[in-house]
Design a protein around this ligand. Structure first.
Ligand code: GLA
Length: 378
């Protein structure tokens, strides 16, 4: 008997998976309509689903408290469902608000995307739900639509004012590739990222410092960026030309806003430099750009934390090519680019530095660009 049958007593109609992500570069640019460059992790949220003939949506997580969250599709509203179940419930709510016809469903979730680690476990839950409901109800949503629906669920149902990075990464990434995405119009290009062939490895270091964006720090950064754009008379910080950055900064009175603007504008340029290096098949040279990006997030955007800074510092001393925090920050994970031959030693150096600083042991694993959201079985 499958776990879904065990919980719901009926066979499933299908199984779907959607991954977590790391972002190679392009942090806090998405809500400024800038560039991002994520790839999907091999870690997925998996939804096993059976249709219901009534209007009930029932949600169960193998990682939860064992209970089933039950809500009628007709009663969905922000605030009605809380905790992890708000992500899938929010997706159903957005689909209904868009006028799609949905039937009830029994959904069983499992996930091996680390939670609270800045690796988009919530986007994985949203996107897998959106894809499963799209397939089961014959909606035929495209990856862009799946991502937009999922982002709105998070913005308007869960209440986290995130951009589109995580949801697009989960919906549209492909194995072996990074996604170079313009968040303004979702124009994109898949870029081969064959690290193993180049003798490189990309490590993820989960600091185990749980990030929480709901506490308002993320929303404040977003508001500061919007204040910067308004002061400069542009729709979004994306629209500040890089050769006009010094002028723009000189026109800003608020030193905090000035630093936020400098991060966003220089970060967009770093994404362009990284894409240029990958296109030129010079992957090693992205290392220093990653480290530069970290310094900007630490000093100008102020979203790092001592543990993330220590990953960058200790891995650099141990010979890493470059490192940076990835995701929203305030805890979570860092990525470290290393020569394959020194991967073990760099991981060990980071572990030792954490022990010496009295921090909890980090979780270190290799990130291999993996498949985006997909159906697993009929
Ligand atoms: C979080 C948000 C994304 C993005 C990143 C920072 O992951 O969900 O939309 O803003 O932070 O790049």
């Amino acid at each position: 008997m499958t776990a879904h049958e065990d919980v719901y007593g009926v066979p499933a109609d299908g199984r779907w998976a959607a991954p977590g992500r790391v972002n190679l570069i392009g942090e806090h640019t998405d809500y400024n309509e800038g560039f991002v460059m994520p790839f999907a992790l091999p870690h997925n949220a998996v939804a096993t689903v059976s249709r219901r003939t009534d209007r009930l949506l029932r949600l169960h997580s193998a990682d939860g408290d064992g209970g089933i969250t039950e809500v009628s599709l007709d009663d969905l509203a922000p605030g009605r469902v809380t905790g992890w179940a708000a992500y899938p419930a929010g997706v159903a709510w957005v689909l209904l608000a868009d006028g799609h016809e949905l039937g009830g469903a029994d959904i069983h979730f499992t996930s091996d995307v680390p939670v609270g680690a800045g690796l988009s476990s919530s986007a994985a839950l949203e996107v897998v739900t959106a894809l499963a409901l799209s397939d089961l109800n014959g909606l035929g949503l495209t990856p862009d639509e799946l991502a937009r629906v999922s982002q709105r669920a998070e913005n308007d149902f869960v209440g986290m004012p995130c951009g589109i990075l995580d949801q697009m990464a989960s919906a549209a990434c492909a194995a072996g590739e990074v996604l170079f995405l313009d968040t303004r119009d979702l124009a994109r290009r898949q870029v081969p990222f064959a690290m193993a062939e180049a003798g490189l490895r990309l490590l993820v270091v989960d600091t185990r410092v749980k990030h929480s964006h709901a506490d308002g720090a993320y929303a404040r950064r977003r508001a500061e960026c919007e204040a910067g754009a308004a002061a400069l008379g542009v729709p979004f910080l994306r629209d500040v030309p890089s050769d006009g950055l010094d002028d723009a900064l000189a026109r800003l009175d608020d030193p905090v806003v000035r630093r936020r603007v400098r991060h966003v504008v220089t970060e967009d340029r770093r994404v362009e430099r990284v894409i240029g290096l990958l296109d030129a098949e010079r992957p090693r040279e992205i290392g220093p750009v990653l480290t530069e990006g970290h310094a900007s997030l630490r000093d100008d955007f102020e979203v790092s934390c001592p543990e993330l800074d220590l990953v960058v510092e200790a891995s650099g001393k141990a010979g890493a090519l470059g490192a940076r925090m990835t995701g929203g920050g305030f805890g979570g994970s860092a990525i470290v680019l290393v020569e394959a031959a020194s991967a073990e030693a760099v991981g060990e150096a980071v572990r030792e530095a954490f022990a010496a600083a009295g921090y909890a042991a980090p979780r270190v694993f290799e990130a291999v660009p993996s498949a985006g959201a997909r159906r697993l079985t009929r």
